[in-house]
Design a protein around this ligand. Structure first.
Ligand code: ADP
Ligand code: MG
Length: 614
């Protein structure tokens, strides 16, 4: 028979610590929040060895009353509420009175603190929650906590920690987010004796982004602000070309608090749709303000995950704001003609490399990418040694048919209805074509390379989507209907989704066993590869359905457009003009629907540098 015993205080604190402290970053989180609650303007976070053996948080806040220093380490000891009634109005980040007790239970801890009204401060040293030393010392107003040898007395927990570099990266990330959330407070983060970043606390978010994430990112963000009666938004959103392989640099704050939220993540994807490649994530810093009543209170208030009462509303608002901003900007990636050995001279804070933010790597990849697209023809399976071709031949678009007239009218209408011609693009004068793939153009003092296939894809995609949305796809009857034999599964897929095909301009009928006949196809700019186009639509529809996704027309269309382009490489001048004209009317003329760049630019300045003229 096992009897019941009450756990002693140290044991129960150790157990409770498991819930509050699971890694050095959670120690840092609790200490920063205490500093914020103590009205500090200056917070220094210093760690060594990933915070496993040393964490220091120093602030210039109120300090702890000299008679309260010991009780602060008791569980359920707090200055922030007195009774349950205070919970309604609590504005501090903490109020449970558990953090210090928990951390102290599983580490060696020192406290140095002084309040304004006394001349000397208090020093406390605790070991596993047991007081070892207390003395008076001279110190500035404010509080310092030092946490050494975390989990020294709970080795099972220590085992779960990751490498020093990973733990340091967690902490760096965390401090960065507090620094961004509290631009009026100065933060400094020190790792192994090196200052990783510091912010000035002057309230300037942009400067904070530059100081934390480096100048390369700061140089490439756009500011936007939008609001209505329900919600307001300020944001710094980066050019698509700066996108990353994960969402780590998508940071958002709701009413000043760093949060995670699926609706905002989806809104970013939505706003950048077709501007970034799949599996690439744009860099965004978003600050939202909503009425507190708009946030779902059923989600635990201490959790970073939040939910809005009306998620869809927030998502649409954020996505629209992003889309609008991006459509106003000139997104032509600029190509620096760098020497390979220039690369190491990065202007970005070198320390970011060490902490594992991967900043440098990504930026270099970016440069590499654009450089390659100019220099290495092998990558494009193009014939080498091509001469510059300025084509004048007689290829035409079959523009005589009535159908095409209808189409042209429609396009004109779409253009005049809601689209604006992009002045940047309409100023580009095309000089010629190289590698039968890229157009070369020029405006005042910039040289442009335009990927003609990407441009074509973009135009097809835009037109088809626009017409689909307006339910006004123009079809072209085929002179000879085209029978296509399908598998049983495909055949059924077409039969069951005939409306989808109709809505994007295909006229399809059953034609005997597992065979359909195409009578009409959507008319698009240029001449689509009809059968390939149809099969591609079918294929992506099949994928969407078998993956159980909701059918996303834009996805299907974007895939289809890629294959719809006829391998007609040499364009005549009229075709080039038309391509450029239509591109200029696109809302997203700078990237193809798959997010690859369509245009890159090189300035005269860069070229002259290369020739050592300047
Ligand atoms: P809570 O934050 O939930 O109150 P903690 O265990 O984190 O509980 O802290 C206990 C108390 O110690 C706080 O209520 C506060 O009075 C005091 N305290 C902790 N850190 C600081 C600090 N940096 N500056 C001033 N007071 C502090
Ligand atoms: Mg606290």
């Amino acid at each position: 028979m096992k009897r019941i015993y009450k756990l002693d205080k140290l044991t129960s604190n150790k157990i409770a610590a498991g819930e509050v402290v699971d890694r050095p970053a959670s120690v840092v989180k609790e200490l920063i929040e205490n500093s914020l609650d103590a009205q500090s303007h200056n917070i220094i976070v210093e760690i060594r060895e990933g915070g496993k053996n040393y964490v220091r948080v120093t602030d210039n806040g109120t300090g702890i009353h000299k008679d309260d220093t010991e009780i602060a380490f008791e569980r359920h000891a707090t200055s922030k509420i007195k009774s349950i009634d205070d919970l309604q109005s609590v504005v501090s980040l903490g109020f449970r009175g558990e953090a210090l007790a928990s951390i102290a239970a599983v580490a060696q801890m020192e406290l140095i603190t002084r309040t304004e009204d006394v001349v000397s401060g208090i020093y406390l040293n605790l070991n596993g929650g047991i007081l070892k030393e207390r003395k008076e010392i001279g110190c500035p107003k404010g509080t310092t906590f030092i946490v050494k040898h975390l989990f020294y007395n709970t080795p099972a927990r220590a085992k779960f920690l990751k490498s020093n570099a990973s733990e340091a990266a967690y902490i760096s990330d965390l401090v960065a987010k507090y620094a961004l959330a509290y631009p009026n407070i100065s933060f400094r983060f020190i790792n192994n004796g090196e200052i990783i970043f510091s912010t000035s606390g002057d309230g300037n978010i942009f400067n904070n982004i530059a100081r934390i994430y480096g100048t390369e990112i700061a140089k490439n963000v756009y500011y936007l602000s939008e609001k209505n009666e329900m919600i307001s938004m300020e944001a710094y959103i980066a050019k698509p070309s700066l996108s990353r392989g994960n969402r780590k640099l998508q940071v958002y704050f709701v009413n000043g608090r760093y949060v995670k939220n699926k609706a905002i993540a989806d809104a970013i994807d939505d706003g950048y749709k077709t501007l970034v490649m799949t599996k690439k994530f744009p860099v965004c810093f978003i600050y939202l303000k909503v009425r507190p009543s708009q946030i779902d209170v059923n989600v635990h208030p201490a959790k970073t995950e939040i939910r809005f009462k009306n998620e869809q509303f927030v998502q649409t608002f954020v996505a629209d704001a992003i889309r609008k901003k991006l459509s106003q900007e000139n997104l032509i990636p600029h190509m620096h003609l760098v020497n390979n050995n220039d690369k190491n001279k990065s202007t970005i804070f070198p320390e970011t490399k060490q902490i594992g933010i991967n900043l440098i790597k990504d930026v270099e990849e970016q440069k590499e990418f654009s450089f390659k697209s100019l220099t290495s023809s092998e990558n494009h399976s193009m014939p080498k040694n091509q001469k510059l071709v300025i084509s004048e031949d007689k290829l035409s678009y079959n523009i005589n048919s009535k159908d095409n007239e209808a189409y042209n009218k429609k396009i004109k209408k779409l253009e005049s209805n809601n689209k604006q011609e992009n002045p940047k693009l309409s100023n580009i004068k095309i000089i010629g074509q190289i590698f039968q793939t890229y157009l070369i153009g020029q405006d005042d003092d910039t040289l442009y390379l335009i990927d003609q296939h990407g441009a074509h894809e973009r135009i097809l995609y835009d037109h088809l989507i626009e017409m689909y949305k307006n339910q006004s796809v123009v079809s072209q009857n085929l002179l000879t209907p085209l029978p296509i034999e399908l598998s049983f599964k495909e055949f059924n897929l077409v039969k069951n989704n005939i409306d989808i095909f109709k809505n994007i301009g295909f006229n399809v009928e059953e034609f005997g066993l597992n065979t359909i006949v195409l009578r009409a196809v959507p008319i698009l700019f240029g001449e689509p590869e009809i059968k390939g186009f149809f099969l591609e639509v079918l294929d992506s529809l099949n994928k969407e359905i078998s993956n159980g996704y909701e059918i996303k027309i834009d996805k299907i269309v974007s895939k289809a457009c890629k294959n719809a382009i006829k391998a007609k490489d040499t364009l005549n001048t009229r075709e080039i003009d038309e391509l450029m004209r239509q591109l200029a009317y696109s809302a997203n003329p700078f990237t193809c629907p798959h997010g690859r760049p369509i245009i890159i630019s090189i300035t005269r300045n860069d070229i002259e540098k290369k020739f050592k003229r300047i």
